[in-house]
Design a protein around this ligand. Sequence first.
Ligand code: BGC
Length: 485
Amino acid sequence: MRVAVVFSIFLTIRVANTISDKFFPPDFVFGVSTSAYQIEGAWNLSGKGESMLDYLSHTYPNSITDRSNGDIACDSYHKIDEDIEMLKHLGVNFYRFSLSWSRILPTGSIEGGVNLAGVKYYSDMLDKLKAAKIDAMVTLVHFDVPIGFIKEKMFRTEKLNQMFVDYARLAFNLFGDRVKYWLTINEPAGFSKDEMRTFYTDRGRDVYLTAHNIIKCHAAIYHLYNKEFREQQGGKLSIALNTDWYEPASDSKEDIEAAERALMFEFGWIAHPLIYGDYPEIMKKAIASSPSPLRLPVFTYEEKETIKDTVDFIALNHYSSFLTTNDPNKDVDRTFDKDIGILKTLDPSWETTILDWLHVAPSGMRKVLNWINKTYGNKPILITENGYVEGGTLKDDRRINYLQTYLSSVLDAIYIDNINVIGYSTWSLMDNWELYSGYSAKFGLYYVNFTSPNRERIAKDSVGFYKNVLESRHLVNNRNAGNHV
Ligand code: BGC
């Protein structure tokens, strides 16, 4: 008890000293994020086809901490009006959500037919958002690719690339008049490395093939948007890229290089081709010097010309940090992790959470924004995900602390470092099906009662905090905001 009290005083002082008193710039936009599979439910209703996540959670329940699935999830398919009321209450400028590809195209391809009920669901939702004056940020694919991708070796061949482009064209045609920001795919690095791994036959090679095809799909969709839609629809298009911050654990050359390598493998892997037209040299070199040196696919000259400069802004998902040392045994195997060649440790001052990858290290936000700016030029950066996990509480003071300190770090990047950060979205609007942790890990501003058929939503304390930040555009004196729905 005594320890807890001392800790909380320490926390208060530390927070009070570090929170920026600057105002968010007038055109800075705020949002909240979700994804289709994680919230919608209705997995087999109204004509929806099966997705990879349906298949994964039904076929490999042991890979999910609580053996759960998203069959019902938050039931947002039936509760969209309530979700929009929550968005209105928060006062967000935009809502980031994803389309379920197999709800719109049950087989994944146009030839398999368009599911009108699915189209209506998203179309009505966009109308409601418009009426509420909330901009839409739409992700085309947030992990839940149609089941056909499993049979066809996912993205390891180019066979399905055209299917993705056709789906994008359909989405632009159907919804593009009401969408301000498009994201082609969520976290291609994480998707290629983690979500797909169950389906790989040769992990050390397939991981690179998957990302390679996704990069080409993204570029094809970017050009399609430019050619056929941008003029009338005027949206912005990007791809949501994730990275942690990697801090060298010491001043040694090896550790500094290890940290840079980690950033290049996680972020540069996708960002470099889409901005400069090819994989980072550091990455090429690391794989070329591994026991199996030819695993990274090579872009042709024409492909390089096509893929480069295909993001309108940088969309960043950032949550956590690691201390990084060089792995002396990095050359012994042909896996993605050995290719990066780092060992990760934690700074003891970082608060840990119930997930082993998420630590509260707000300075990492400012550092990663600086690194992106230094490496990729002064492109606008929109933070499309950042958030805190707990095991279930309405008094989520630690989430408030996380949001406040990370947002303060964003203000420092804007005002002290002059980085062009244009917006921020927190993960997530509400508790949802958290991938491999199921319902045991909760990221929501709103609590969802998953044991009740009505899936009631209840505001946590962080709702009041975030709402006040959005209203005041300021971080100080918002901690005990209270008064929420
Ligand atoms: C993913 C989300 C996920 C969140 C928290 C992000 O990497 O885009 O789908 O729920 O992290 O783990």
